[in-house]
Design a binder for this molecule. Sequence first.
Ligand SMILES: Nc1ncnc2c1ncn2[C@@H]1O[C@H](COP(=O)(O)OP(=O)(O)OP(=O)(O)O)[C@@H](O)[C@H]1O
Ligand SMILES: [Mg+2]
Length: 286
Amino acid sequence: MVIHQRADDNPDRDPPEALGSAPATPALGSSLDIENVGKSFRAANGTVMQALSGFSLAVEAGEMVSLVGPSGCGKSTLLRLIAGLDSPTSGELRIGAELIAGPSADRGLIFQQPNLFPWLSVRRNIQAGLVARGVLAECRQDTEHFLRLVGLEAFADRYPHELSGGMAQRAALARALVNHPRILLLDEPLGALDQFTRMKMQDEVLRLWLARRTTMVLVTHDVDEAIYMSDRIVLLTPGPGRVERMIDVGLERPRYRNSPRFLELRTRILEMLHFTGGGAPEPTTR
Ligand SMILES: Nc1ncnc2c1ncn2[C@@H]1O[C@H](COP(=O)(O)OP(=O)(O)OP(=O)(O)O)[C@@H](O)[C@H]1O
Ligand SMILES: [Mg+2]
């Protein structure tokens, strides 16, 4: 994947620092193949609820893909299947050539709430996965690296209740990244933040993505966020979730939220989501 510099279409904002620079480390990402996946749940009264049906998606190694769709269409269910926290009723999911058969440190999952352990300091929170896997001694330096990367080195000994929402979410990011996941799954990770912090965190995530080149799947309800962040946007059908449209964003990075091409794409996607009503020309889909 090529990351382009773009500095020519921003009327009133400096480019986000370093968001267009080359990756600092070799790619860690793995490809993800979701093939014809279905997932149903049986309710307590015996009725079967189909959350996903015939869902297929191929994500390239190092790609950033966003999932956008109505509430209840199966986005979190899909991330849980990719994380290996649940298994599909039909179909297959693979990381590279490997069938997903359970959870693995290879796949980090970040939720809307940071879910930090309140009784542990930021540093200890970040180390929790390393402790669980018995590799803290050899990976201790990584903790310090990721503390610096998310800008929390001065807060390493603080506890979660002493952090702002954005800082807590950065700690959650570091806690996932310290395991060097090949795939990072983000389930509305910025949804609880105010708009200003959210935009800063988007840059943070992009910076980390550029530095590590982890494959990322991001669930978001925010069309602007999807365009700002992703290589591709997947629009899902209302439940049971299936791929309705696939949109290649095709904008160079760094991106500007008020550039004409950004705004045009935003209008088209909103029209596709039927928020503004018909008539847009066909976007690039596949
Ligand atoms: N463990 C479960 N048991 C029963 N039904 C479930 C379970 N998990 C999810 N569902 C159902 O599956 C459907 C999809 O849920 P999911 O949480 O994946 O939606 P979502 O797209 O993430 O929604 P939102 O945007 O609101 O987070 C919903 O109808 C939900 O009720
Ligand atoms: Mg969800």
